[in-house]
Design a protein around this ligand. Structure first.
Ligand SMILES: [Zn+2]
Length: 57
């Protein structure tokens, strides 16, 4: 048995992936453009923070 490989979840609102619905970005599934945008904003914020500190982790 393999868990979690086929069913994906919207990381923003937690909705389960529905075939033929939503959009795929960054290898993740989103129920709507709205959630995808929120996710991208979060990534940008994290990148900004990382570059500000000038450290590589
Ligand atoms: Zn969503």
């Amino acid at each position: 048995m393999v868990f979690g490989l086929f069913k994906r979840k919207d990381p923003i609102c937690g909705m389960k992936e529905e075939k033929g619905k939503g959009i795929e970005k960054h290898g993740k599934w989103f129920c709507s453009e709205n959630c995808a945008n929120k996710f991208e904003e979060a990534i940008k914020k994290m990148e900004k923070r990382a570059s500000k500190s000038g450290c590589c982790h």
